[in-house]
Design a protein around this ligand. Structure first.
Ligand code: BG6
Length: 471
C-alpha cells in the first residue's frame, strides 16, 4: 500500500546500534578471560585480522560510550563474553569479567543509554567445546548456569536481554563464520542435535529470566530474511516456503510457539536429521515464552524449485546472506531486481518491510531489529570517511521501518550493525560497518584512534529528529 501519510516513530522507539563482544573487545586473554571457539579459529586466513585486539573496546569502552552518547544512541546492543564471566564455561566465576561489564553498563546508564544484552554471540567457551560443545547436554546446564549468574549480577540494571545470536547461522553456516569449534567437519545429524540443545538452552534461559527478573524482557535474535519465489510457478513457491521454514521459521517457531515448525520437522525427518528428544524436552520448549522477537536483517533470498541435481547448489559454502541451494529442496536464484554490496550480499530495503510484516502477522510479538547495515571498504582520507553509500543504505531501510509502522507492525527499536568498526566474522576489519572508524588495518594496529564517519553525523541527526529527518 502507498500511504499519503506515514506514521511517526513511537516516542519510546529505541534508536541504537550493535556490536558483539568477540568482534569489538579484543583483550582475548586478559584479566582471566578464557578462550572461546572464535579465538582459535583453525581455518582463519592469515591475511585478515584476528580477534586478539579487535577494536580494543575492552580498554577504550569509556571513550566509546562517550561517542555513543554524542551520537545520541538511546540503546546499545552488545554481548557478554561467556568466557570473561566463566573462563572454562562452567567452573569458577571471574570477578574481573564481572567488573568489566559492570563498568560498561554503568557508563551506559550514566549517559542514558539502554543496554540490550546478548548472552551468547558465537563465542562458545573452548573448554566446553573440548568436552563436546553443543553435542553434550551438559552444555545446556552450563548455559543456564551462566545465564543465571549474569541475570543475578546485572539484572538490576539491564531490562532487555537476547538469548542466542543467529542460532540459524551457526547451524547453516557455522563453518563460514567460524563457530563450529572442534566439530568443524561434523555431519548434519550432529549439527541438528546441537541445534536442538541450543533451543533447550535458550528456553531454559528465558524461563530463568522470567523467574528471576519479572520486570525484564527477553527474546531470541535469529537472522531473518524474507524468502521470495523466483517465479509464480507453484513449484518455485513450494521451494520458497520450504526454505523459509528451514532457514527462518524453525528459529522463530520454537521460541515463540514452543514447538518445531511442521515443515522444518518434516525436512529433518525425511533426511534422517531429526534430533533425539529427551523425555521433558518438548515441555521445556513449550513452557518458555519470549517477550519480543529480535532479528538481524541484511538481505532477502530468492529461490526456485530444485532440479534434483548438483546444479541446485550454485555456491559452495555460502555465508549468512549468500544462499547456496540444496539438492531436492531448493535452488539459489539471483534476484535481478536487487543490487549487491561489495561482498555479494543483495540489498533489499523493501524486504525489511516485508520481513517485519510477515513476522508480525505470524507471531504478534513486538519486534526489534538488532542488526542491519552495510559492510564496505571505507577509506580514511585526510581524517574523514565519506561513507555516503552507508547513509543511503540505512536511510532506505529506516524509510521501510516507518512504512511497516504504518502497516500496523509493532517495531520498538532499530540497532544497526555497528556502533563502531569491528572485525567481521570471516572477512577481517577491512569489511567495515561502523558509524565510528577505528584506525587500524588487518595486520597493522596503528593508533586505533576513533574517527567519526559522515554516517555518524547523519545518524545523529536522524536520532535527534526521531526519524523525521533522514537527510
Ligand atoms: C551477523 C552477525 O551474521 O552479521 C555478526 O551476527 C556479523 O556477528 C554480521 O558480524 C555481519 O557479518 P560479517 O560476516 O560481515 O561480519
Amino acid at each position: 500500500m502507498k500511504y499519503q501519510n506515514t506514521t511517526a516513530f513511537p516516542p519510546e522507539f529505541l534508536w541504537g546500534a550493535s556490536t558483539s563482544a568477540y568482534q569489538v573487545e579484543g583483550a582475548t586473554a586478559e584479566d582471566g578471560k578464557g578462550p572461546s571457539v572464535v579465538d582459535t579459529l583453525p581455518h582463519r586466513p592469515h591475511d585478515v585480522a584476528d580477534f586478539t585486539v579487535a577494536s580494543d573496546h575492552y580498554h577504550r569502552y569509556a571513550e566509546d560510550v562517550a561517542l555513543f552518547a554524542e551520537l545520541g544512541m538511546r540503546a546499545y546492543r552488545f554481548s557478554i563474553a561467556w568466557t570473561r564471566i566463566i573462563p572454562d564455561g562452567d567452573g569458577e566465576i571471574n570477578p574481573a569479567g564481572l567488573a568489566f561489564y559492570h563498568h560498561l553498563i554503568d557508563e551506559l546508564r550514566a549517559k542514558g543509554i539502554e543496554p540490550i544484552v546478548t548472552l551468547y554471540h558465537f563465542d562458545l567457551p573452548a573448554a566446553l567445546d573440548e568436552r563436546g560443545g553443543w553435542s553434550d547436554r551438559a552444555t545446556i546446564d552450563a548455559f543456564e548456569r551462566y545465564a543465571r549468574i549474569v541475570f543475578a549480577e546485572f539484572g538490576g540494571k539491564v531490562r532487555y536481554w537476547l538469548t542466542v545470536n543467529e542460532q540459524n547461522m551457526m547451524v547453516l553456516h557455522g563453518k563460514a563464520i567460524g563457530t563450529t569449534g572442534r566439530s568443524g567437519d561434523t555431519d548434519q545429524k550432529t549439527i541438528y542435535q546441537q541445534n536442538h540443545h541450543m533451543f533447550l538452552a535458550q528456553a531454559r534461559a528465558m524461563s530463568a529470566c522470567h523467574e528471576m527478573l519479572p520486570e525484564a524482557k527477553i527474546g531470541p535474535a535469529p537472522n531473518i530474511v524474507s524468502v521470495y519465489a523466483a517465479t509464480c510457478d507453484p513449484d518455485d513457491v513450494i521451494a520458497a516456503d520450504d526454505w523459509d521454514a528451514i532457514r527462518n521459521l524453525m528459529y522463530l517457531d520454537v521460541p515463540a510457539r514452543g514447538s518445531y515448525h511442521p515443515l522444518a520437522w518434516s525436512y529433518l525427518t525425511e533426511r534422517g536429521l531429526q534430533p533425539e528428544l529427551g523425555e521433558d524436552d518438548l515441555a521445556i520448549l513449550a513452557s518458555a515464552k519470549p517477550d519480543f522477537l529480535a532479528f538481524n536483517y541484511y538481505s532477502t533470498q530468492t529461490v526456485g524449485a530444485s532440479r534434483g541435481d548438483a546444479s541446485d547448489v550454485q555456491i559452495r559454502g555460502g555465508d549468512q546472506q549468500i544462499v547456496r541451494g540444496e539438492v531436492g529442496l531448493y535452488r539459489a536464484v539471483k534476484n535481478d531486481n536487487l543490487p549487491t554490496n561489495a561482498f555479494g550480499w543483495e540489498i533489499d530495503p523493501t524486504g525489511l518491510r516485508t520481513t517485519l510484516r510477515r513476522m508480525w502477522d505470524r507471531y504478534r510479538l513486538p519486534l526489534i531489529i538488532t542488526e542491519n547495515g552495510l559492510g564496505a571498504f571505507d577509506e580514511l582520507v585526510n581524517g574523514r570517511v565519506h561513507d555516503d553509500y552507508r547513509i543511503d543504505y540505512l536511510r532506505r531501510h529506516i524509510e521501510q521501518i516507518r512504512l511497516a509502522l504504518a502497516d500496523g507492525v509493532m517495531v520498538f527499536g532499530y540497532c544497526p550493525w555497528t556502533a563502531i568498526d569491528l572485525v567481521s566474522t570471516h572477512q577481517g576489519i577491512g569489511k567495515r560497518y561502523g558509524f565510528v572508524y577505528v584506525n587500524r588495518d588487518e595486520n597493522d594496529l596503528k593508533d586505533l584512534a576513533r574517527i567519526r564517519k559522515d554516517s555518524f553525523y547523519w545518524y545523529q541527526q536522524v536520532i535527534a529528529s526521531h526519524g523525521d529527518d533522514l537527510g
